[in-house]
Design a protein around this ligand. Sequence first.
Ligand code: ADP
Length: 666
Amino acid sequence: MKAAADQPAPRILVVDDNPSNLTLLEAQLRPAGYRVRTATSGRAALDAAAEGADLILLDVMMPGLDGYEVCRRLKGDERTSSIPVVMLTSLRERADKILALEAGADDFLSKPSDRAELLARIRGLLRMKRLGDDLAQSRDETSRQAELLAAEKSRAEAILFSIGDGVLTTDMDGRVTMLNQAAESIAGVTNEAVLGREWREALGARLTDGAPLTDDACPLRRALRGEQAVEAEDLAIWRPDGRQITVGVFASAVRRAGGQPVGAVAVLRDVTREREVEAMKREFVGLVSHELRSPTAVIFGFAELLMDEALPPSARRYVERIHRETERLSGMLQDFLDIERLEAGKIPYHLRSLPVAELIEQVAGDVRPRLERHQLVVDVRDVGLAARADRDRLLQVLHNLVGNAIKYSPEGGEIRVTAERHGQSAVLAVADQGLGLPRDAFARLFEKFYRVDRPDHRGINGTGLGLAICRRLIEDMGGRIWAESDGPGRGSTFRVVLPAAAEVTSPSATPLPRASGRVLLVKDDPGLVELIQRQLGRAGYEVEAVATGSEALERVRAAPPGAVVLDIKLAGEMDGWAVLKALREDADFADLPIIVMSGQEERAYGLALGVDDYLVKPVPAARLVGSVQRVARPQRRGYVLVAHDATAMPHLVGEALREVGVAAGA
Ligand code: ADP
């Protein structure tokens, strides 16, 4: 056999104690392309074989170790056991052949051997050896791969089982195929108990409000439907031990190499404690902001009243300053309260069809009197354009965007508010010519507390909450908001997209009736009572104040006022809601105009109970007067009833009542 060009020639070890035999065999083998090595004794043969050979021709009859023994030893040594051995014997006895086979020989040849036969046997054996070697090699390779795989698997399992986050895998039908230890302890279940069960049912997964987790809301289903890595809103897990925990879920599809999904994997993180702490923080901020509102409202309102008085110039400056700063303070408190309520999901939305042009005009009307360096241009060509949104929330967003446009264009310039219809959407935009926005701001602009980190921006006061609130409000109403700018110093445009509505369903504002009437103010905060008396007094109303709910009911029954301004937090047993219900249940007062003025945004509840208007403190004088003017019943004689507990009140009220010809109650 000729050695293949890319393979070294096979090595043949020839063992014989007779040198002439060796010479003969060498002469037969070399021309056939084999490398030949010789040994003249059994020992030398073992040593040479250990150094490597592809085949051994072994003489049987040798002094010392004979051929049988050498063969046995070769086959017994793992270094040489796979080398084919051909025994050369001059004996022809059957017994000798048996002995040779028993010693482990692979073949035997009689001496002197025929060259052709010798070479044919050698070729056959070498082919077998090569096959055997290949087989052994691939067996070794396979077992090495298997070992690697097993090591990899146990490493992956160790990681999976020791990570702190819960890991859950499911098949295409959402049935659990694996749950790691952390997932077991999060859900309070065992692998055995949940394997093969639909994961939501097996783990007691629901929405945080307890509602069932539908396919559309299920993060694993969404991942299986082809959504990329789904980061779900918090979910609740109702454990078998009765505890309910909150988990953050991150799911994605598990795909074969071809991309075909075979199941889903989800990472579960127990965020119960985190959410509790967040809720506590929110509550605290909410509580503090809420408590600070009443005093702020009083300072703000009196400063507003004072500004209308004839004051020496320096005093006017101070009062204006107090007014401005209190307004800012109350804006900040409002932001804190809003973000707290938004995050707690406490803001109700009353989506209806709103006249966009009218809303923008309302905002422009509120803002224009305060403009000095800016021109506010409203450009709404499609006057019939309606957007589906909550009126107050959309007004809040527009106020915020226009407020920012003013604030962040300190040199003045034009502020342009536009609205257009784009297919099924209403697109509102507020554009200014001010400080503009650097490229790196866009990604974070609508995050809580984010403020642009540039000297010209830093010099302007703010909380960094306004845009976060705007985005939340707009997205909650099914819209989108984003900012555009050509860069610092080149102005900014904020765009809001909301679903367009077919027609306007909320009545547009009707002209206000002339101010006249009596108002009963039900409030237990003397500072606010005095303020409101002044505010309404200036608009021509008479105000009677009472501090408790029972007094209020008594007064209404004794002498029905043109309107009642009702606080919710009152001294005494009854709160404002109870007063409202009692009045609405009484047929005589079912239509009595009632305005609730509260620190809490609970408009939906108020409207459901039949209030005519709902004002959230602090209320600018114009808003309060406007509201009273709108709802108050025209009366023969202007007079307002204010409920509060100052001792001088009964006397004043009595006097007022006598003046209008009504017998004063106790
Ligand atoms: P605040 O005004 O209280 O800081 P916002 O959330 O309303 O908070 O705004 C966040 C930041 O975005 C602001 O600090 C300001 O840097 C930037 N910004 C907002 N509106 C504008 C605008 N019209 N022009 C330039 N920058 C703006």
